[in-house]
Design a protein around this ligand. Sequence first.
Ligand code: 5GP
Ligand code: MG
Length: 194
Amino acid sequence: MPSPREIDRVLIPRDRIAARVREMAARIAEDLRAAVAADGHSPDEGHRIVLMPVMTGAIVFTADLIREMPLRLSLELVTVSSYPGQSTESRGATLAGELRADIAGKHVLLIDDILDSGRTLDLLRGIVESRGPASVRSAVLLDKKARRAVPFEADYVGFEIPDEFVVGYGLDVAGRYRNLPFVAVVKPDAVLGK
Ligand code: 5GP
Ligand code: MG
C-alpha cells in the first residue's frame, strides 16, 4: 500500500465517496432507463446502453458505479493519451486506438475520474457523436471547475474540488496511489515522483 507519510491530507474519505457514488448510480440508472423507454424499447432488451470508462483512472469509480446500477449495459474501455504542448493551451488529447463498439442508436455514458481542462471528455464526446448514438452523457467523480480550458460540463458530478493535484480512488501520480480507497492530496515530493 502507499506510504501514509506521503499523504498530505485526505480530501474525500471512503464513506463519503461510497455514499455519493450510490446516489449518482441511482440517478444515472433512472435517466438511462427513461431514455431507453422513450425510444420505445424495454430496458431488459439489452444492447441499448454503453458505458465508456476512460482508462486507467476511471476503473475504480466505474467498478463501484456499475455495481449500483441494475441495468443491462455493456462496457467499452477507451484510452486517451494526452500530448504535451509548450503551454497549457497547446496541450491536447487523442484517442489511442479505435472505438470497437457499434454505438449507433445507443445511449452512451462517458465515465472519467476527474474533469480538469475538459479536453479528454470534449474529444471523446466529439468522436462518439460522429458515430450516431441516441444520446451521449458524461459522469465524473471529481470536477475542478476552475481549470477548464474548453467549455465542457459533465451531466453527473460527484464532487467539485479546488485546484489541487489529487490521487487515490483510481487517480495516480506516475502510476502510483490508484489503490488508495480515498481521494487525497499528496505532498509535493510525491507529485514530482521522488
Ligand atoms: P482533462 O482532459 O479534463 O484536462 O484531464 C482529465 C485527465 O487529467 C484525468 O483523466 C486525469 O488523468 C488527469 N488529471 C487531471 N487532474 C488531475 C489530478 O488532480 N490528479 C490526477 N492524478 N490526475 C489528474
Ligand atoms: Mg485520465
